[in-house]
Design a protein around this ligand. Structure first.
Ligand code: GUN
Length: 256
């Protein structure tokens, strides 16, 4: 694509100094460099105004070197996240967060899939697990992971349950899952007694345990002997999310 004058380019915007977000953004730019994608990083101060951020997005929407635009979330509280996402040209929305892209995913007619749910689907497929006809339980209902994850499993003909903080008996729901995706952000919430023997368990969580060590939503030590397949944290879903972002950026260059 570079030789043909269509080198993919990614603009990554981070507002403020959240350490986890800084690591994510650094990794995304490193990935670009590794595969020959042009990248621009915008590290903006926490006090950046809505107008300043939106003007930058306007400029990037019109910049032919930039095929994908990613605004790292969460944004500082004074900024209107929805309005910011709405500003991104949907054909450059490599996160697939714009309402137009979310709607397209719902009807199964999309340009981009959201990076983490698409990465989870890839992990499930590569583990040899068939989704069709399986009981799939997604724990968490965020717009970034839980909701789109449920939709992607449904597209593959899984029978999908979404669990959340008001679910009556989370353990019982989880025990019925052939495929269990944990995306709530609660350290080690899912324990071995909540998992069906042989189930495929995907851990999207990124938390700190009581000793400050990185851990997922799944208690890996107690679940690993029950599950048929399981992803670790770190080193499971995270690298897949990054790989899908690169795939989406290349695709964005194709359609822009
Ligand atoms: N914050 C946590 N996950 C994500 C993601 O996939 N994309 C963006 N832009 N921000 C995030």
């Amino acid at each position: 694509m570079t030789e043909e004058g269509n080198r993919p380019g990614l603009a990554v915007i981070i507002v403020g100094t959240d350490p986890a977000s800084q690591v994510y953004v650094r990794n995304k730019c490193k990935d670009c460099e590794e595969i020959g994608v042009y990248s621009e990083e915008y590290a903006l101060p926490a006090e950046t105004s809505q107008d300043e951020l939106c003007s930058l997005i306007d400029r990037l929407n019109d910049d032919s070197k930039i095929s994908g635009i990613l605004v790292q979330l969460p944004l500082p509280k004074h900024l209107d996240e929805k309005a910011v996402i709405n500003k991104i040209n949907p054909t450059k929305d490599v996160d697939a967060f714009h309402p137009s892209n979310v709607g397209k995913i719902m009807i199964g007619d999309y340009d981009f899939l959201p990076c983490t749910p698409a990465g989870v689907m890839e992990l499930i497929a590569k583990s040899g697990t068939q989704v069709e006809g399986k009981k799939c339980v997604v724990v968490g209902r965020s717009n970034i992971v839980g909701k789109p994850q449920a939709m992607l499993l449904l597209h593959k003909n899984g029978t999908v349950t979404i669990c959340h903080s008001r679910t009556k008996d989370l353990a019982q729901e989880c025990r019925e899952a052939d495929i269990l995706v944990a995306a709530v952000g609660k350290a080690k919430l899912i324990t071995g007694d909540m998992v069906k023997p042989g189930a495929t368990v995907i851990d999207v969580g990124m938390n700190r345990d009581e000793n400050g060590k990185l851990c997922g939503d799944v208690d890996f030590e107690s679940v690993k002997n029950v599950a048929g397949a399981i992803t670790p944290v770190p080193g499971g879903v995270g690298p897949m999310t990054r790989a899908i972002l690169m795939k989406n950026t290349v695709h964005a260059a194709e359609i822009n």
